[in-house]
Write a protein that binds this ligand. Structure first.
Ligand SMILES: [Zn+2]
Ligand SMILES: [Zn+2]
Length: 127
């Protein structure tokens, strides 16, 4: 089974996942923009049973129940959980090292996508 590892900027926190993501897409909601400080968040979902966390994280809980885990030293957000996706770990896809993920083909909160990002027509779009 394929294994991939995601690491924070300083390297003390890592998450290894096995298998393929059940969801792999970008999100343009304001929470994802603030989490990344970028135009959108790219995230993957993996079953909790295939997720191994090494290192120390701190947690932040949003009003919607999402629990974000970030490195206590460098601040990178690596993974989170939310009540709407039980038994799934959601990971910030940009933190995976050289282990290439499948291409994302999903854009959620697409109506909030910044105007200068164009996406291929064969993606799935959720407003
Ligand atoms: Zn770190
Ligand atoms: Zn979002």
């Amino acid at each position: 089974m394929t294994e991939r590892t995601s690491r924070c900027c300083c390297g003390q926190l890592s998450v290894t996942v096995s298998g393929e993501p059940t969801i792999n897409g970008i999100c343009s909601c304001s929470d994802c923009k603030k989490r990344t400080g970028s135009a959108f968040g790219w995230q993957t979902h993996f079953a909790d049973s295939g997720v191994i966390v090494v290192g120390e994280s701190q947690q932040y809980t949003l009003d919607n129940g999402q629990v974000r885990n970030f490195c206590h030293r460098c601040g990178s957000t690596l993974f989170w959980s939310s009540p709407s996706f039980p038994e799934m770990t959601r990971l910030a896809a940009g933190n995976f090292d050289s282990d290439e993920l499948p291409l994302p083909k999903l854009s959620v909160q697409d109506h909030d996508r910044v105007s200068w990002i164009e996406l291929p027509e064969d993606w799935v779009f959720h407003t």
